[in-house]
Design a protein around this ligand. Structure first.
Ligand code: CDP
Length: 248
């Protein structure tokens, strides 16, 4: 059990056991997806989870939810005490808030994610999710989880069965993010999005604790010239092979 009952915060419905029986506990199969801003990790993670019967956690939403709580409290994301207090209050319900998708929240999340105490707070939640992925539906236990972020293969789940590092040129990522924002009705100027994204990447890669990095044993997929379906198929092949090799 982690400190402060955090374990249950991401487990609104608790599975009986991975594998579906209460007698045998099989180690959850974990797919770690890391990569820079707007590389498509979230969408890829969701689709892979669905295809392979895995639970999904977009860890960026934990940092974004923390940032939103800080902003709503009128505090400064660069204030470590305010940031840690907010990280302690993050709940599963907060992860679905549409306000998390704004660029303002993205910027704030990347500032506060550099604080070791914030990361420690959210790390416990992510590790618990990986150890006991929540049920997919009532009485449908997942066989593992897909978790995407910046440090999943390096820090959160160094023993993941599959590690992917998904990347693309900054320009391709900025174009995708602009499209995504406009589809949601948010005004977006390409040059501003590109500049903010580069700033965020530099901050995420340059921080002392758990920087954005590919694990040495990660498979890198450069999605610059690929569409979402092609990336999904490549990643699916890698996972299918790993599951077969694991006898699952
Ligand atoms: O969707 P996008 O790739 O733009 O960002 P995100 O995955 O939602 O993450 C938002 C911010 O949270 C990142 O810029 C990182 O600073 C931070 N983050 C992190 O530090 N570690 C993670 N595992 C996930 C996100």
């Amino acid at each position: 059990m982690t400190a402060g009952g955090k374990r249950d915060r991401l487990h609104p419905a608790r599975p009986r056991d991975v594998g579906g029986t209460s007698a045998v506990r099989v180690t959850p199969f974990i797919v770690a997806i890391d990569g820079p801003a707007a590389s498509g990790k979230g969408t890829l993670g969701r689709r892979l989870a669905e295809r392979f019967g895995l639970a999904h956690l977009d860890s960026g939403r934990l940092y974004r939810a923390t940032a939103l709580l800080v902003i709503e409290a009128g505090a400064d994301p660069a204030d470590p005490d305010a940031a840690v207090a907010a990280a302690r209050r993050v709940s599963p319900a907060a992860l679905g808030d549409p306000l998390l998708s704004s660029e303002r929240v993205a910027r704030a999340s990347s500032i506060l994610s550099a604080f070791p105490a914030v990361r420690a707070e959210l790390l416990a939640m992510q590790r618990d999710f990986a150890a006991r992925p929540p049920a997919l539906a009532e009485d449908v236990a997942p066989r593992g989880a897909v978790i995407d972020g910046r440090d999943i293969g390096t820090v959160v789940c160094p023993d993941a069965g599959v590690k992917l590092f998904v990347t693309a040129s900054p320009e391709a990522r900025a174009r995708r993010r602009v499209k995504e924002l406009r589809e949601r009705g948010a005004p977006a100027i390409y040059d501003d999005v590109l500049r903010d994204m580069k700033e965020r990447d530099a901050r995420d890669s340059g921080r002392r604790v758990a920087p954005l990095a590919a694990a040495p044993d990660a498979v890198t997929i450069d999605t610059t010239g690929l569409d979402a379906d092609q990336v999904f198929e490549q990643a699916s092949d890698i996972i299918a092979r790993a599951l077969a090799a694991d006898g699952r």
